[in-house]
Design a protein around this ligand. Structure first.
Ligand code: GLV
Ligand code: MN
Ligand code: MN
Length: 412
């Protein structure tokens, strides 16, 4: 295998991400939420690739597209390799998708080398939570951690998760069948770092040690809509002004708490008219910290603060916890194999904690899981300017190949 081969593969993996980026809900922007029409186009493209590699291809009931490459003589055990194909609104081309296109290159290299390690490439269907508020729907199903109560979630159009799965032609009752069994050896995810650390240290690759825990809430401030011209300031119950006061507190607390990041990234305003006092505001709030107890402390302080702002302003308040995900360590043994793989290429293996959430954090609850990061130029992600360097993508592929060779050597 020459370096040129892996470079050409890196170029192809990038080109496929750019092609998949055209498969979008919105012209001119990359938006591909769970089970929306462009997901079918992505499935068609990936299915072709998987079939060309001789994989057995399955679309499971949660919408994860899975291709199993079982070498002759291989048994039912397998290494899952993959990432997600859904995006945030107005996304970049590489978050998640690169982990899938690289998984296909890796599976093909493993096949060419006649590695006896069975590999299942997984294009997880839902990781971002952009449609139903709750993330990791795809990996929850694969890990056997899908709670059927989630089927009642609704998107902004009032479509339930149950209905969305049905109208995609899948059967929600069959989600439990998507779960992997004891035959799975582990899970491996390749992903862009989505932050500035590797770039600042001029490194191509990093080995993920742990993934920060996160809390997500939907919080509604309820005031009274009224005429903006006739209602004196002291007689208003303005839901947006209350929410704005609280948002400033969120930022202030996060700034003075080491390691805490907290964000209000979504606002739904009712009635959302320039000459009407806002009657209702629903906002999407999330907080993350590498230490669960500090995250939970901060969330409690902020929810208490929201209640006291609401009480003082005579607003109603409702909060719904959409996710309380603990921080998750990656598997030590697999992380050590990954470090060795990187070092065998003559590169330093930097250990790095992930602030972003990943399917790997759900899979780790079920099987030993490892994660490889590659540099994000400019530290930019969840943005159309997200990009990668071809040489880093090639390094990720070469390190991943060493990693699976090491696992294959153990696999008997
Ligand atoms: C996923 O990208 C997340 O960390 O929100
Ligand atoms: Mn993302
Ligand atoms: Mn991602």
């Amino acid at each position: 295998m020459t370096d040129l081969d892996t470079f050409a593969r890196a170029q192809r993996a990038i080109a496929e991400c750019r092609r998949i980026a055209q498969m979008s809900e919105e012209p001119g922007r990359i938006t591909r939420r769970y089970l929306t029409p462009p997901v079918r186009e992505v499935h068609a493209l990936l299915r072709n690739r998987m079939q060309a590699l001789g994989m057995a291809v399955v679309l499971d009931a949660a919408g994860n597209l899975r291709g199993l490459m079982r070498p002759a003589g291989g048994d039912a055990r397998r290494l899952l390799v993959g990432s997600h194909i859904d995006t945030v609104p107005d996304a970049g081309a590489f978050d998640g998708v690169l982990g899938v296109t690289l998984a296909l290159e890796l599976a093909e290299l493993a096949q060419q080398q006649k590695l006896r390690l069975p590999i299942e490439v997984v294009a997880f269907s839902e990781e971002e939570g952009a449609r139903f508020g709750v993330p990791f729907i795809g990996s929850r199903a694969v890990a056997g951690r899908f709670d059927p109560a989630l089927l009642a979630l609704t998107d902004r159009e009032g479509v339930t998760l149950h209905e969305a799965i049905r109208s995609f032609g899948l059967d929600p009752e069959k989600i439990p069948e998507a779960a992997i069994g004891e035959h799975s050896l582990g899970c491996f995810e390749i992903h862009i770092e989505q932050g500035p650390v590797l770039e600042a240290e001029n490194l191509s690759l990093g080995v993920v040690t742990s993934i920060a825990g996160q809390s997500r809430f939907s919080i509604k401030f309820v005031g009274r809509a009224n005429h903006a011209g006739t209602t004196p300031m002291n007689l208003r119950r303005d839901a947006l002004s209350g929410a704005a006061e609280w948002i400033a507190e969120v930022e202030a607390l996060a700034k003075r708490t080491d390691g805490l990041v907290a964000t209000v990234g979504r606002l739904d305003l009712h009635p959302n008219a320039g000459n009407v006092i806002p009657g209702e505001v629903t906002l999407g709030f999330e907080a993350r910290h590498p230490e669960d107890s500090l995250r939970q402390q901060a969330v409690k302080a902020l929810l208490d603060c929201a209640s006291s702002i609401a009480a003082r302003r005579k607003l109603g308040i409702e909060s719904i916890c959409e996710m309380d995900q603990s921080a998750v360590p990656m598997d030590e043994r697999l992380a050590a194999f990954l470090s060795e793989a990187i070092e065998s290429l003559g590169m330093p293996s930097r250990r790095i904690a992930s602030g972003a959430g990943h399917d790997a954090m759900v899979m780790a609850s079920r099987v030993p899981t490892a994660m490889l990061f590659l540099r994000s130029p400019g530290g930019i992600s969840h943005h159309p300017d997200e990009t990668v360097r071809t040489e880093d993508v090639e390094a990720a592929l070469r390190a991943s190949l060493k990693f699976v060779e090491r696992l294959a050597a153990e696999f008997r």
